[in-house]
Ligand binder design. Structure first.
Ligand code: NAD
Ligand code: LMR
Length: 327
């Protein structure tokens, strides 16, 4: 199992690479970034776990050497938000970064599972899909927008209200996209059922939708969530690796191209969005089945979903346009 982190020297990239280095399921860890990867790789390589770590920069065919033979490519490359910015404000710079990295994936490891963390995820995943389509190597079962942090936050914030001892024991689908109102927690579908007092529901929903802003504000200009994102990115990557290794029954919420995945057409029809985050069963080929939790939403959640569809459609279109008609 060869895993690549593209953007490995950054705030997310470093702790995520650390977690991947200590994962016993990984044999080779390849770090790619435009700066500092030799140092980060040397540092990690002293850890006494089996994964062999190498670091690459763009020079000397670095991308080719980093990506060739990859099974999983995780992409946290790109600039983060500062206070006052939306994720969409990152599009100008990050769209091109993701496009170019995905061109590298298409060329050097077209069969790899690709996990996109770079914001705005609502648009960067459609960008990746269009680039892969253009290169004739798009497999919708293998492209994922990482929205796990929204689920992790929901688990944490709900436990803070209900007093549950282990937050991760309550499964909460957080669906839609990954920005503000496009993030829709379906507390009604939590398992076991979370007992959320009526008067706490609005605040809890807002906290999940705008949890990223809490971190951006607290960091006062020094970036956005990095450590919780590394945890979430690792959680998702580990699930993909376990599913590829044959473990069954793994379900995680992730942002996918619906028409390419079993069960996805129905959700695309219902939402009017081709890209959407839903709980997805994972298998050896990647996304095996999309679960339609959209149709289970209660009236409160249906209203949230209406706002989600509106915002998300524009974000998706913007990503597709960026590749079809480059600025
Ligand atoms: P950062 O600035 O600390 O790190 C980004 C890294 O990307 C840097 O090391 C930079 O050198 C590298 N990079 C830039 N251009 C590159 C290229 N062309 N090829 C390879 N590497 C390149 O930022 P961060 O805090 O790690 O955040 C990274 C991205 O993740 C941001 O866009 C942020 O908004 C996003 N993010 C997403 C989620 C999510 O839930 N999906 C959560 C947190 C952050
Ligand atoms: C998050 O949800 O923490 C990330 O998308 C980073 C951000 O800009 O808020």
């Amino acid at each position: 199992m060869k895993a690549v982190v593209a953007g490995a020297s950054g705030g997310i990239g470093q702790p995520l690479s650390l977690l991947l280095k200590i994962c016993p399921l990984i044999d080779e860890l390849s770090l790619y970034d435009v700066v500092n990867t030799p140092g980060v790789a040397m540092d990690l390589s002293h850890i006494s776990t089996p994964a062999k770590v190498t670091g690459f920069l763009p020079k000397d065919d670095g991308m080719k050497n980093a990506f060739t033979g990859a099974d999983v490519v995780v992409i946290p490359a790109g600039i983060p938000r500062k206070p006052g910015m939306t994720r969409d404000d990152l599009f100008k710079i990050n769209a091109g970064i993701v496009r170019d990295l995905i061109k590298g994936v298409a060329e050097h490891c077209p069969k790899a599972f690709v996990l996109i963390i770079s914001n705005p995820v609502n648009s960067t995943v459609p960008i990746a899909a269009e680039v892969l389509k253009g290169a004739g190597v798009f497999d919708p079962k293998k492209l994922f927008g990482v929205t796990t942090l929204d689920v992790v936050r929901a688990e944490t914030f709900v436990a803070a209200v209900t007093g549950a001892k282990d937050p991760s024991k309550c499964k909460i689908p957080v669906i839609g996209g990954h920005s503000g109102e496009t993030i829709v927690p379906l507390f009604s579908q939590s398992e076991p059922k979370a007992d959320i007092p009526e008067d706490k529901l609005n605040d809890l929903t807002y906290r999940v939708q705008f949890g990223g802003d809490e971190v951006v504000k607290a960091k006062e200009g020094a970036g956005s969530a990095t450590l919780s994102m590394a945890f979430a990115g690792y959680r998702f990557a580990e699930k993909i690796i376990k599913a590829v290794n044959g473990e069954s029954g793994i379900v995680e919420t992730t942002y996918i191209y619906l028409p390419g995945v079993e069960g996805g057409d129905e959700i695309a029809k219902e939402t009017g969005c081709d890209y959407f985050s839903v709980p997805v069963e994972l298998g050896p080929e990647g996304a095996k089945k999309a679960h339609n939790v959209v149709s289970l939403a209660n009236d409160y959640e249906k209203k949230l979903l209406e706002a989600c569809y509106k915002g998300l459609k524009g974000n998706i279109e913007k990503g597709i346009e960026f590749v079809k008609n480059p600025p």
